[in-house]
Design a protein around this ligand. Structure first.
Ligand code: SAH
Length: 241
């Protein structure tokens, strides 16, 4: 048997000898698309119990099951970092969710700001993107994607113990300052293509738990800014150190 390459997220307990039912789409993907059959091996994870080597034991057109053989990797939790971002166009929003999952965040929160002008946010679709990104990048954790919330509402209910790293485009060109920042619970805040409004900037500047940061001398698009800010934070305070 060749090394297992397929990785699937399964919402089911994992353990030696544990049988794991497949969903209809998973059975279709494994047997229809990937041409796997009884005896094929793959990797599974459920977001809590690490990664497991599993074997296909039952196949059907839209059904099937696996049996867990042995644990192949530990459960790795991301750092306590959230990404707060204003949704942009569909493809770029998908990119933001995918890259945030790969770079390592614990939660993803779409935020409606004054200059947000995107259509409805499909939370279930974005969650499916996060899941696929985790399957593809070897993560054992899938960040939770929350429903859309307005910025005033988010800030009003905010727990001040979690600091907000605010990517403030008006600081473009200043030195990126994370040198004095302490590790702990953080959230990164990225604005929409139109940036933040003056009232939003005033509100953010007034909050003691908000730390503003520059992402270099050029104005980045929102999707680039999200990836850059997570990278900056991960390198300074996260699990890349
Ligand atoms: N239209 C705005 C730019 C918005 S860019 C303008 O021209 O000023 C989208 C978001 O990316 C911003 O709200 C900010 O959160 C982030 N961003 C982009 N470039 C940045 C930079 N150089 N420094 C800090 N944040 C930046």
């Amino acid at each position: 048997m060749t090394a297992a390459k397929i990785r699937l997220f399964v919402d089911h307990p994992l353990g030696v000898g544990q049988s794991v039912p497949l969903t209809g789409p998973q059975a279709h993907y494994l047997f229809g698309v990937m041409r796997q059959g009884a005896g094929s091996r793959l990797l599974v994870f459920n977001g809590r119990e690490g990664e497991w080597l599993a074997e296909v034991t039952e196949t059907g057109k839209r059904t099937g099951s696996l049996t867990c053989l042995e644990q192949s990797g530990p459960q790795l939790m991301p750092p306590d970092l959230w990404l707060l971002f204003a949704p942009v166009k569909k493809a770029r929003t998908d990119f933001i969710v995918e890259k945030a999952t790969e770079l390592g965040v614990a939660r993803i929160v779409p935020v409606h700001t004054d200059f947000t002008n995107s259509e409805r946010v499909r939370q279930d679709r974005l969650q499916a993107h996060a899941l696929e990104a985790a399957e593809q990048c070897g993560a054992t954790f899938v960040p939770e994607v929350r429903g859309l919330i307005s910025l005033p509402r988010l800030l009003a209910d905010w727990d001040g113990d979690r600091r907000i790293l605010w990517a403030d485009e008006s600081l473009a060109g200043a030195a990126a300052a994370l040198a004095n920042a302490r590790p702990g619970a953080w959230a990164i805040l990225i604005g929409p293509e139109g940036g933040f409004s003056e009232p939003e900037k005033a509100r953010l500047r007034s909050l003691p738990h908000v730390v503003s940061v520059s992402l270099g001398p050029r104005i980045l698009r929102a999707d680039t800014a999200a990836a850059a800010a997570i990278t900056l934070w991960q390198a300074a305070l996260g699990d890349w150190r």
